[in-house]
Design a protein around this ligand. Structure first.
Ligand code: SF4
Length: 63
């Protein structure tokens, strides 16, 4: 899968970072960065949790 963030929607509350810290992080300006845009299968449950937790629907995953 591929994961992407729409930074125009993201409010930098770090919920996704908490769910999948190997995939998401906030930079020094509190902007979300995707550390791993094509997460390995062992990360994909966490990524789906992160997408579900995001209150802004800023995250998307594509097969
Ligand atoms: S959970 Fe959503 S709004 Fe919060 S930091 Fe992640 S992408 Fe941004």
């Amino acid at each position: 899968v591929r994961v992407a963030v729409d930074r125009s929607l993201c409010e930098s509350n770090a919920l996704c970072v908490g769910a999948a810290p190997a995939v998401f992080d906030l930079d020094d300006d509190d902007l979300l960065i995707v550390l791993d845009a094509q997460p390995s299968p062992d990360q994909q449950d966490r990524v789906r949790d992160a997408v579900g937790l995001c209150p802004k629907q800023a995250l998307s995953i594509t097969p």
